[in-house]
Write a protein that binds this ligand. Structure first.
Ligand SMILES: Cc1ncc(COP(=O)(O)O)c(C=O)c1O
Length: 442
C-alpha cells in the first residue's frame, strides 16, 4: 500500500511518529566495523546460558502445563512470592501480593501507567534528560512534558518545586513525576537520599503521583544505594517499576510493578486489553531461577564485569580527551551509561557524523530532552562493548571531538532536525531519529 494513502487510516499518535532524514547515517551504522556505544544492552557473555540450558528442560518437564498455558493477568502466584522476598531484601518488607503486578518488562509498565493515568494534555514532570522510552509512552497518550534539570545529586528538587508553582499559576496541575533515581538513563547520576525525601515531600504538597523506574538499582559498583522511593513511600503515591532485563536478560521480557492495591487493580484492567497476561514461560523460568538462588551470584558477576568496564571507560576518557577542550562527563556509580557534555557551542550531531566516520556510534543527547535542549550532550554506554572496544572507541571519539572542536562551526547554522518544543508534546520525530540510529534505544 502507498504510504500516503495509508495516512488516512492512521491514529493521531501513529501519524506523528514520522521518520527523519538520516538515511546516510543509517547506512554507516549498519557496517560491522562500527563500535556501538549507543544501546543500553547487557554484555552477552553474562547471559547465564549454561544455567538456563539445565533449567529450561526441568521447567518444561515439571511445570509444562502451567508454563505453556495462559496465566492470571496479575502474574504467577509463586513468582510474586519470590518478588515479595526480593523487595523485602531491598527495604520494602511485608508487601502483600495485591501490591504487585507482573508485567512484560518495564516498557510495558510505562505504557500501562500512561494508559491508566494520562489523558491528552495532562502534564508529566520528568528530568532533563530522561529515558526516551518513557517520553515516548507518555507522549503517545497525548501528555505534555515539563522538564526539570539535574545535577550530580539527580533531579534539582528546588527547581522542581519552582516549576510546579509556575505551572500552577498558569492553571496547569501535573499528575505525575517520572524519575529514574538509580544511575539514571541517560545521565548515569543517582538521586541523593536527601533529594528522595524532598521529592516525596513535594509530591505530597502538590498532590502528584511518583513513578519510580529503577532497572539498574542492583548494578552498583561504587558506594551504597540510598533507600528506594518504594521504601520511603508512606501514602501510596509511589508507583515503582522494576525489571529483569538488566539483572538477568532482556529476552525474558519480564518485570514488575509495586503500587497501592487500588492502582494495581487499574493497571491489571489496562493490561488485560494489552496482552492478557505476561508470558507464563518467562514467569515460571524466572521463578525457578530465583528459587535456585542463582540470581545473587549472577548479579555479583555482572557487577564485577561492569565495574571493570566502567573504570576502563573513565580511564580512557581521562587519558584521551584534551582537558583544554572543556568536555565534561559524569562518573556513574552504577548502571550502564556515562553522560558527556560538550562545550555549549559544539553540536553532538556534528560529533556523531565525525564519530561515525571513525566507526564509533553513540546516541545524541537532545533526543532525551523533552524541551529540545541538550544539543551539546551525548550518552555513552559502557556495558556492551568489550574492553578492547572501549579503548579503541574512546580513542576514536577523542579524535572526533578534537576535530569538531577545530571546526568552529556555529551550531545555529546547522540544519534543524525539528523545531524545539517547550513543555509541549515530545516530538516522536526526534524519537524516531534516535530509534532509527540504534534500532532499539534502551
Ligand atoms: C529507565 C528505563 N526504563 C525502562 C526500560 C525498559 O526496559 P525493559 O522493558 O527491558 O524492562 C529501560 C531500558 O533500558 C530503561 O533504561
Amino acid at each position: 500500500m502507498d504510504a500516503t494513502y495509508l495516512q488516512q487510516f492512521l491514529s493521531h499518535s501513529a501519524r506523528s511518529a514520522t521518520r527523519s532524514e538520516i538515511r546516510e547515517l543509517l547506512k554507516l551504522l549498519s557496517r560491522p566495523e562500527v563500535i556501538s556505544l549507543g544501546g543500553g544492552l547487557p554484555s552477552p557473555e553474562l547471559f547465564p546460558i549454561d544455567e538456563l540450558a539445565d533449567l529450561l528442560p526441568r521447567v518444561l518437564h515439571e511445570h509444562g502445563s502451567v508454563a505453556l498455558q495462559y496465566g492470571p493477568t496479575e502474574g504467577d502466584a509463586g513468582l510474586i512470592q519470590e518478588l515479595i522476598r526480593f523487595m523485602a531484601e531491598d527495604g520494602v518488607p511485608g508487601l502483600g501480593p495485591e501490591r504487585v503486578l507482573v508485567v512484560s518488562a518495564s516498557q510495558q509498565a510505562l505504557d500501562l501507567c500512561a494508559r491508566v493515568f494520562l489523558s491528552p494534555n495532562d502534564t508529566v514532570v520528568c528530568d532533563l534528560p530522561s529515558y526516551i522510552g518513557a517520553l515516548g509512552a507518555f507522549s503517545a497518550c497525548g501528555a505534555r512534558l515539563a522538564g526539570v534539570p539535574m545535577d550530580e545529586e539527580g533531579t534539582r528538587t528546588d527547581v522542581l518545586e519552582q516549576r510546579l508553582v509556575e505551572l500552577r499559576h498558569g492553571g496547569i496541575r501535573p499528575k505525575l513525576v517520572y524519575t529514574i533515581p538509580d544511575f539514571q538513563n541517560p545521565a548515569g547520576v543517582t538521586l541523593s537520599a536527601r533529594r528522595r525525601h524532598d521529592l516525596l515531600a513535594i509530591a505530597r504538597e502538590f498532590d502528584l503521583l511518583v513513578i519510580e523506574d529503577s532497572p539498574y538499582r542492583r548494578l552498583r559498583y561504587v558506594g551504597e544505594n540510598p533507600p528506594s522511593l518504594a521504601s520511603l513511600d508512606r501514602d501510596g503515591r509511589v508507583v515503582s517499576l522494576f525489571t529483569f532485563s538488566k539483572m538477568l536478560f532482556p529476552g525474558l521480557r519480564l518485570g514488575w510493578i509495586v503500587a497501592a492495591p487500588e492502582i494495581v487493580t487499574r493497571l491489571v484492567t489496562a493490561k488485560q486489553s494489552v496482552d492478557l497476561c505476561t508470558s507464563a514461560l518467562s514467569q515460571v523460568l524466572a521463578r525457578e531461577y530465583l528459587r535456585t538462588g542463582a540470581l545473587e551470584p549472577l548479579l555479583a558477576r555482572m557487577r564485577a564485569c561492569y565495574a571493570v568496564k566502567r573504570a576502563a571507560f573513565l580511564a580512557a576518557l581521562a587519558r584521551e580527551i584534551d582537558p583544554a577542550l572543556g568536555v565534561r562527563w559524569t562518573r556513574p556509580e552504577g548502571g550502564m551509561f556515562l553522560w558527556m557534555m560538550l562545550p555549549p557551542q559544539m553540536d553532538a550531531r556534528r560529533l556523531l557524523e565525525r564519530s561515525l566516520a571513525e566507526n564509533v556510534a553513540f546516541v545524541t543527547g537532545s533526543s532525551f530532552h523533552c524541551d529540545g535542549s541538550g544539543k551539546n550532550t551525548l550518552r555513552l554506554n559502557f556495558s556492551y562493548p568489550t574492553l578492547d572496544q572501549i579503548d579503541t572507541a574512546v580513542g576514536r571519539l577523542a579524535r572526533a571531538i578534537a576535530s569538531v572542536a577545530g571546526e568552529r562551526i556555529d551550531v545555529d547554522e546547522l540544519p534543524p532536525i525539528r523545531p524545539p518544543v517547550v513543555s509541549g508534546e515530545y516530538s516522536l520525530d526526534q524519537l524516531s531519529l534516535t530509534l532509527a540510529l540504534t534500532e532499539v534505544v534502551v
